[in-house]
Ligand binder design. Sequence first.
Ligand SMILES: [Zn+2]
Length: 506
Amino acid sequence: MSVPTPSLTVRNVRLPPAAYRALNLDTDATAPLVDLDYIAANDAVEVHLTPHDASVEQRFDPAQPFASTIRIDAADDARRGVAREAAERRLVGRFPSPTSTPAAAPRCIDARGSLGIPGGLCHPHIHLDKCFLLDRCTLSDGTFSEALTATASAKAEFTHDDLVARGRRLIAASLSHGVTSMRAFVEVDPTVGLRCVEAGIALQAEFADRCHVQLVAFAQDPLFYPDAAKQQRMHQLLRHAAQSRQVDVVGSAPYVESSPEGDAVQQKTQQRRNIDFVFKLAEEFGKHVDFHLDYDLDPPGAAAEGREAMLPYVLGLSRGRSWDVRGQTRRVTIGHCTKLSVYTEGDIAALCEGVAEGVSVVALPPSDMYMQGRDQPYASRSRATLPLLELHKTLRLSWAMGVNNVANLFTPQGDADPLAMLPCMVGVWQSAKPRDCETLLNAVSTSARYAAGFTCSYDDAAVWADLTLLDGASGVQDAVCAPPFGRLTIAKGSMVAQRTIHSTLF
Ligand SMILES: [Zn+2]
């Protein structure tokens, strides 16, 4: 029996091992390639998958060492929709039809054995409003306090058009990298009011069919100012933003709270008040929770001295409280948490006693390694970002990784490519074992989607709406250790970005 004509066919895709496992297919060297057909069905699009044993010969061409291998194959259009063996063809995906499709989108792509990531890459933590500020801020000592002060000054000059232009550049660059979903932080405070949120909502609508831009109403500033009128204004603004139907998350950075006398114990009390406030607001309006937490390299110590970590407090609140966000269980997500890099085995064992469901921790290595440990001797400095590969094995939470910032004083380096972090982290965390490479790739794809509260399992039909092809990558280890610059991004069943590489030796 023939299949209805697909709107898009992607042939010869190699999948990550977890996807093969979900499909009950071999995951070893004999794993089959698959063809994917996207077929309109009423108000939805179905994804049909056909595994096959046809091999694709990839010979290294010394005259074109990095050239793209994926082909847009117009001549192959006639072969689309050919009858497939019903026994081999499976329905794996189903998602609502997009409201629009790119007019010039191709209908047949030959991946030629390249690795494809169902669900696409994901930013679990990225600041949409303070990207591309490097040329507006003076960089002198490079410290965190300089970054906070200089960025606060730059924020005072933000306009709607400026925010939209810089945010658009960030989302477009991310699409080109293969990112089809992101948790985007937009700040709320008396300086910017709701301007960043409004720009985020405009960008969310502009990219709706190409990239899922989830918004966090984020308090980078303290929630408890000494100035009562300013504090009231801050609370009103955050409450207003949290009510918006386009905002799915409420977040804060408790470590920025101060105590009137500079007392460490009082400062931790203020941090707990900040956390309580955000939890209460998120629960009231049915939103996820996201904290920038424990952003230092001081070992956890006694509460009586104000040296305790905040992570156990957040885990404690998470254990007791759950609610739904758009029909899914709320997520509690924690960014940075660099303090985990100096935990002893005993500290980790104590944390294991108090894990909670639906909690993710997101390492942000580009920022963490750039900013942390500057006052310590180089030879004895911690690696400054949490040890994701170790913690993934010992602490039963979900572990993801994000770029955090792009081109500002918090993180001057990088261009929003999640894969570009991975070779460096293979060195920092000292493993390229196949299973560890899977963990690293998951940290910027499936685990990142979990942290942001998106569907993430390969068993979930909605995940197959998006697919990021890593041009020429022969497997997960290859993609992690030397990610290809060539990419092809499919969102909601249409190709939305392609980056090809011309590479010629003369
Ligand atoms: Zn951040």
